[in-house]
Design a protein around this ligand. Structure first.
Ligand code: GLU
Length: 582
């Protein structure tokens, strides 16, 4: 969701474009750049509602650029609403991530005739114009503006003389440096192909960049010493590796990415293990797909005898009485910037709970703010749907649950699971899923049923199918069938069921829906005459690892359904990967 880049030095134009392309995965609907014209004509800009992939224009030679990918919150996707927004005297350009919650009031402070866009962002332009008229000191003027805004607003301003000011309030800003060059980006991925020497701004900090000069200031405008570090990024980079889409590339990488969880030294987990053992109830927290991963993890912890509840981040207030100060909240997020999850953590911290974070993006806000932080190490995940990060998170959950159960040989099981997945991802499996998807592509709804460990699996599969194919897939606990859902079954209604080994209960479910005309698509270990169609589950070395491996058939089905319906599963409509607004 929305991205910011800024770049100074040689080839700044190309590097800024490259940075925006590397932020595309977050989801956006339009983009724009602003730069200082070396010919002395002041600030220039280009903006577009096209895809960055279709935009072939090269920026003119310049050494200072800011750029933005917009995920519209206020005002439709039009050229006037694209960022950057420039003041009418050519003094500065603004890009913004977030929502100015009091923008209606702030708008009313200025003559309506001055507005050229429908965005909340434009109020920042007019407020900054007024503040600069009052006070030449730019940092002070920008702070004055920020104090007037409600909500979380990260803002970057390019001034006509080439100074860039950026303030992190809410969504992240990471600075990067290499010889003669400076970078600013929403994440380190936006420039990590040039440099990994970086530093994430803390909440409220302001950075000033002029050429290679980078200075950081705290909320009181006192200089802050920059603590540079080397971002550790796993080997997978942002290419499609010969695949048609990122989604299938990332699905097929999972044999590799789950195995990385086996390399986490057990000793590193000891402080978290202690805190978990001392928790009366463990909260596992997430939003969207990460919430379903949380359900799997909570299930694994409960299986091992530990009280654990999965909580959707947006419903945090309702569960206060279930937890005690000191209990651990294990927060799950691919980006580590999910606004709902960050807010929920603020709430649980105010209850005295301790935060452990499981995130894929190094240096993210959640990773930095948590007391215990563990990276997924899944590499860049560019498809909007979480596939390899979800399976890595649940694998980590398996590791934790087993550790709490007093085991210490989990790496063997995880390695064996990795080998099983490597075998599963053969051409024959992919052909089977592709054929099945082609036969289902015309349906407009389907049900997905599971029980026990496969209930969370069914929920994740239905979410993946909705996202990638726009088919209305709805998941239910199989037990709910007779309490309502069965009324919806008609002739040929597709019903996907997850069936465990010797699971007679699910065989009865298959019989019951089949008796009412359903097309029963079973995902399991063994075919059965009751099933209309059968898709295989990967084999597992330990039964509880099915919490991980069972996620994969749903991903494959979702992917091939999207493709069969002529969609691009990497970029579902209206969705953003990193949901940085609440
Ligand atoms: N609220 C702003 C807009 O709608 C910024 C959205 C974003 O963060 O991309 O233009």
């Amino acid at each position: 969701m929305c991205g910011i880049v800024a770049c100074t030095g040689l080839n700044a134009g190309d590097l800024a474009m490259n940075g925006l392309r590397r932020l595309q995965y977050r989801g956006y609907d339009s983009f724009g750049l602003s730069w200082v014209d070396p010919g002395g004509t002041g600030l220039q800009q280009c903006r577009s509602t096209d895809s960055l992939d279709d935009y072939q224009v090269r920026l003119p030679h310049t050494q200072t650029v800011i750029g933005h990918t917009r995920w519209a919150t206020h005002g439709p996707v039009t050229l006037e609403n694209c960022h950057p927004h420039q003041d009418d005297r050519g003094r500065f350009s603004v890009v913004h991530n977030g929502i100015v919650e009091n923008h209606q009031y702030l708008r009313s402070l200025h003559d309506p005739a001055v507005y050229r866009s429908g965005t909340d962002t434009e109020v920042i332009v007019h407020l900054l114009t007024a503040a600069l008229d009052e006070c030449d000191a730019r940092r002070t003027a920008l702070r004055t503006v920020l104090h007037q805004l409600s909500g979380r607003n990260t803002v970057v301003v390019l001034f006509a003389d080439g100074e860039i000011l950026g303030v992190k309030e809410g969504s992240p800003l990471v600075i990067g440096t290499s010889t003669g060059q400076s970078f600013l980006g929403s994440d380190v991925l936006s420039f990590s192909d040039v440099t990994r020497t970086c530093c994430a701004l803390a909440e409220g900090q302001m950075v000033s960049i002029s050429g290679a000069q980078i200075n950081v200031f705290d909320v009181n405008d006192s200089p802050v010493e920059i603590q540079w570090s080397e971002a550790s990024m796993p080997a997978e980079e942002v290419g499609k590796d010969g695949h048609e889409h990122f989604m299938i590339k990332e699905i097929l990488e999972q044999w590799l990415t789950v195995a990385r969880q086996a390399t986490i030294p057990i000793g590193q987990l000891a402080p978290l293990e202690d805190a978990l053992r001392n928790s009366t109830t463990i909260m596992v927290l997430g939003a969207g797909g990460a919430f379903f991963a949380s359900e799997q993890i909570a299930w694994l912890l409960r299986e091992k005898g530990f009280a654990a509840l999965a909580v959707p981040a947006y419903e945090i207030e309702s569960v206060k009485s279930c937890f005690k100060p000191g209990d651990v909240v294990l927060a799950i997020s691919q980006s580590g910037e999910t606004a709902d999850t960050l807010r929920a953590i603020e709430v649980t911290s105010s209850w005295g709970m301790q935060t452990a974070a499981l995130v894929n993006m190094p240096m993210s806000t959640l990773a930095r703010e948590a007391k215990f932080s563990f990276p997924n190490n899944s590499g860049a995940e560019m498809c909007v749907l979480s596939t390899k990060s979800a399976s890595a998170q649940v694998t980590f959950g398996y590791l934790l649950a087993s550790l709490l159960d007093g085991q210490n040989n989990m790496s063997n099981d995880i390695d064996a699971m990795s080998s099983s997945l490597a075998q599963y991802f053969c051409d024959e499996t992919l052909r089977t899923f592709r054929r099945m998807a082609a036969s289902l592509a015309q349906c407009d709804r389907m049900f997905v049923l599971g029980r026990k460990l496969f209930y969370g699996t069914a929920r994740m599969a239905a979410l993946n199918i909705k996202e990638a194919s726009y088919i209305h897939a709805e998941a239910f606990a199989a037990g709910e069938l007779k309490h309502g859902v069965i009324a919806l079954i008609e002739q040929d209604t597709p019903v996907v069921i997850f069936v465990d080994v010797d699971d007679n209960y699910m065989l009865n479910v298959a019989a019951e829906v089949k008796a009412r005309g359903a097309r029963v698509i079973a995902i399991g270990y063994e075919d059965n005459a009751l099933f209309s169609d059968f898709l295989p589950l990967p084999s597992v070395p330990a039964p509880l690892l099915a919490a991980v491996t069972s996620l994969i058939p749903g991903q494959l089905l979702a992917y091939y359904l999207g493709v069969a319906r002529g969609l691009n599963p990497d970029k579902p409509r209206n969705l953003a990967k990193s949901v940085t607004v609440q």
